[in-house]
Design a protein around this ligand. Structure first.
Ligand code: SF4
Length: 371
């Protein structure tokens, strides 16, 4: 009689590390110390096409077709000096008090990308070489937020700064080092009051962050969705299993962590899919003592604007993503901007179910908002 072999552990796909094919460095960015760190990381990642520009204008990213422009832009990293608009922080409810940009653009290929329609020009990634100046500018905003005072669930956060409105900072971290520099700064600088740096990611390579002196002042949230969303619409990102592993790794190492459940969509058997997803997260977090777990959840349903729909249909002409204004409710923002969201009955159904599943599988999670 032969003894059966133990079952092999499931093979988890590797994390993805984006390596830009072209790196362009503007003249003014060449003067900033953080640019040297970016170039050191690019060289270590094997990038050999680095062009030091003689001016601050970036040209040559457009191809002859939209397809060529998209492909070239998505494989280009431009190191630039931040525009003045990026150093004047804007409020960014409900995510945080203030938006701070370390970069603009992202190398991934999400067919619902939040950046479509809000960033102009070819979708290349621009990382800011003047990071020290950007971080030094945070002092002026501490104590002036509005988000934290509106919710008891966030009362201990202090002034919050969101670093992932216009990029995925972990997705570009190995060639920029900007996220770790920001975490180190926020963790060690005396702001004269409580602060929190926040970032959301669809990537999982957290090894380089674990030992940083975060002092509980950075909350990294992992964007999660069921396979019916992630597998179909989130090209160039890390698999959801890897993100869940990364979340658990950070939680075990004592970091505040979060789930960004987004974009929530009623596709396929979505009730089962969201329940299974949150059960997987609960299993991954089993080793973290309840008293040590600092976990939040943010829930964001899918929406689009006329501008983002137009851009996304150019980038992904064969997308199967539903962006039909007829199936949506129109919502108007403060300045009349139109957003297409799910109708009230669909929204209520989604909200009830995802909230119930959160309460069942992850009762320790503080739900910060639903939108
Ligand atoms: Fe856009 Fe975020 Fe996807 Fe990057 S990871 S392509 S920023 S939605």
């Amino acid at each position: 009689m032969t003894t059966p072999l133990p079952a092999a552990p499931p093979v988890m796909p590797r994390t993805r590390l984006w390596t830009p094919q072209h790196v362009l460095v503007t003249r003014s960015a060449q003067e900033h110390p953080h640019t040297a760190e970016i170039l050191r990381r690019c060289e270590a990642a094997g990038v050999d096409d680095v062009e030091l520009l003689r001016g601050d204008r970036i040209t040559g990213v457009r191809g002859e077709t939209d397809r060529e422009t998209y492909a070239r832009a998505k494989s280009t990293l431009a190191v630039v000096t931040s525009p003045a608009s990026a150093r004047r922080l804007d409020p960014i409810p409900p995510s945080a008090d203030w938006r701070v940009d370390l970069a603009r653009g992202c190398p991934a290929h999400c067919q619902y990308c939040y950046l479509a329609g809000s960033l102009s020009g070819p979708p290349m990634t621009r990382v800011y070489g003047d990071l020290q100046e950007i971080l030094a500018g945070l002092d002026a905003y501490v104590g002036h937020g509005t988000i934290t005072s509106t919710s008891a669930a966030r009362a201990d956060e202090g002034t919050t700064f969101e670093a992932s409105c216009y990029t995925d900072p972990l997705g570009i971290e190995h060639v920029t080092g900007s996220l770790s520099a920001a975490i180190r700064h926020v963790g060690t600088h005396d702001f004269g009051g409580p602060v929190q740096l926040r970032a959301t990611t669809k990537f999982a390579d957290v090894a380089g962050l674990l030992d940083l002196p975060h002092h509980g002042r950075t909350r990294l949230r992992f964007s999660l969705g069921p396979e019916s969303v992630v597998g179909r619409f989130e090209g160039g990102t890390d698999p959801v299993g890897r993100r869940i592993e990364a979340l658990a790794t950070m939680a075990r190492a004592g970091w505040p962590v979060g789930l960004t459940i987004a974009p929530i969509m009623p596709v396929g058997d979505w009730r089962t899919a969201y329940g299974d997803l949150l059960a997987r997260v609960a299993t991954a977090l089993e080793g973290v003592a309840p008293g040590d777990l600092d976990l939040t959840a943010e829930c964001i349903t899918h929406r689009f604007t006329p501008g983002s729909k137009e851009t996304l249909e150019t980038w992904y002409p064969r997308t199967r993503l539903e962006m039909d204004p007829e199936q949506r409710r129109t919502k108007r923002g403060k300045f009349g901007a139109v957003k297409h969201v799910y109708p009230d009955d669909v929204m209520a159904d989604l909200r009830r179910h995802v909230t119930d599943e959160l309460a069942e599988h992850l009762p320790a999670a503080r739900v910060l908002y639903w939108t």
